[in-house]
Ligand binder design. Structure first.
Ligand SMILES: *Cc1c(COP(=O)(O)O)cnc(C)c1O
Ligand SMILES: [Zn+2]
Length: 414
């Protein structure tokens, strides 16, 4: 096995270093899974191996294989994740009052950007000869992992909170996973999955504790950097919703890498958005000590009470000169409707949360109206139609007669 470009796994708390060829999830010096590890690279090796054209033609995230922590001889398990469009959004820009672009990551193979990470996790597990892979999830990570496990021929066992949306429970079942719907919260499902990993030795893809799989999320940053090169402009802000905080941290790391390697001339500020009912990262970033571990929001993908990656997320916000803020569930639902009706992009609530964040950031003077903003839609709307219905008016229920239509729209002669 060779990963010449990976130098070490470094503890984000105490700085201890571990051998990347061993399967270590977290630094044993700290209680529980607190000691999150960070993958460190030799960028000379990466630069030598990365010779792709930054021409905006991105078939999948494996264009950036030189950056990914998999062995040279590992066969990627892929469904062409990544390579998502960065759309101009003139109608949305006008509605918001600021130039806005949409990175549409809801178009990934299972309908969510987590596919970027699942592809790495299953590739590594398969290459290491594992045949059972597991994770805990608010829903999307489970659906995503199940799809990639099926693709890679691995068994998948997943832990989700019992109240996850129906669509997100149906998806992993179709992909053939064993779905364990835990009678409890996401945080409880998470703890159970970690306990089970220790007991059975299954390969655990949990975003925060598995230091490798989160590295796939860097590719959204690589793509945004490449797409900035093609557009000739780096956005002032890139906006993500935050649950565990891995996504915004990964995206920042990816963008920063391209900047440090000289591929792009500037970096954006990262704006992290959480729901009022699940605000732990925001509270930590603003050093509020009155935080609780409640997770009460309609945006189930970011309903995380005890985020596992608060440290990495806060570093991304800090290093980029960014900010964090909170939005209400009503604002999230409004944003879902706004994004859909202005641009034809249908996001689940957590995917529309960045749009709500931009509105708040403008109102609070965090974002200026002459700046450029990228909102990342992280998940596709059809995963959760029940919450969408709360954002929209009902269908017009009519009898099958012309008169009924005329009653609504008037007669054609009018
Ligand atoms: C998981 C998820 C998030 C949050 O990502 P974290 O890495 O947990 O911060 C946001 N949106 C969607 C659609 C997700 O599935
Ligand atoms: Zn440590």
């Amino acid at each position: 096995m060779v990963m010449d470009h990976v130098t070490t796994l470094e503890c984000t708390i105490c700085g201890a270093e571990y051998d990347p060829e061993q399967v270590i999830y977290t630094c044993p010096e700290h209680e529980g899974v607190a000691g999150i590890l960070e993958v460190k690279y030799d960028y000379d090796v990466i630069a030598e191996n990365f010779d792709a054209d930054l021409d905006g033609d991105i078939r999948s995230q494996w264009k950036y294989a030189a950056f990914l922590p998999v062995d040279d001889d590992a066969e990627p398990v892929t469904l062409n994740e990544g390579g998502t469009d960065l759309f101009d959004a003139p109608n949305l820009s006008e509605a918001l009052g600021v130039e806005t672009l949409v990175k549409d990551d809801g178009r990934n193979p299972t309908g969510c950007f987590k596919d970027r990470a699942s592809s790495i996790a299953v590739t590594k597990a398969k290459h290491a000869g594992r045949d059972i892979i597991t994770c805990a999830s608010t829903g999307n990570a489970a659906a995503s992992l199940s799809g990639y496990a099926a693709r890679g021929g691995l068994d998948c066992r997943i832990f989700v909170p019992g109240d996850a949306p129906e669509g997100k429970l149906a998806q992993p079942l179709v992909y053939g996973a064993d779905v364990l719907a835990v009678d409890g919260t996401y945080d409880e499902a998470y703890d159970l999955s970690v306990e089970v990993t220790e007991e059975y030795g299954w390969y655990n893809r949990n975003a925060a504790i598995n230091p490798f799989q989160v590295e796939g999320k860097r590719t959204v940053g690589h793509e945004l950097a490449e797409q900035s090169v093609v557009r000739g402009e780096v956005p002032d802000w890139v906006v993500f919703s935050m649950g565990d905080g891995c996504t915004i941290a990964g995206a920042w790391k990816g963008f920063r890498e391209f900047y440090e390697l000289g591929h792009v001339e500037d970096t954006p500020k990262m704006l992290g958005v959480q729901a009022e009912g699940a605000s732990a990262i925001h509270d930590a970033f603003h050093k509020h000590d009155d935080t609780d571990d409640l997770a009460d929001t309609i945006a189930d993908s970011i309903a995380v009470g005890r985020p596992r990656n608060t440290l990495k997320a806060c570093r991304a916000l800090e290093e980029s000169g960014g900010a964090s803020l909170l939005v209400s569930d009503d604002e999230i639902l409004e944003a879902e409707k706004l994004l859909g009706s202005t641009e034809g992009i249908y996001s689940e609530p957590a995917g529309a949360t960045p749009v709500a964040g931009v509105e708040t950031a403008l109102a609070e003077g965090v974002i200026d109206s002459d700046e450029t903003v990228v909102v990342t839609s992280t998940g596709f709307g059809l995963k959760d139609t029940a919450s969408a219905k709360q954002a929209t008016a009902d269908a017009h229920r009519i009898p099958p007669h012309l008169e009924a239509v005329q009653e609504l729209f008037g007669t054609s002669a009018e």
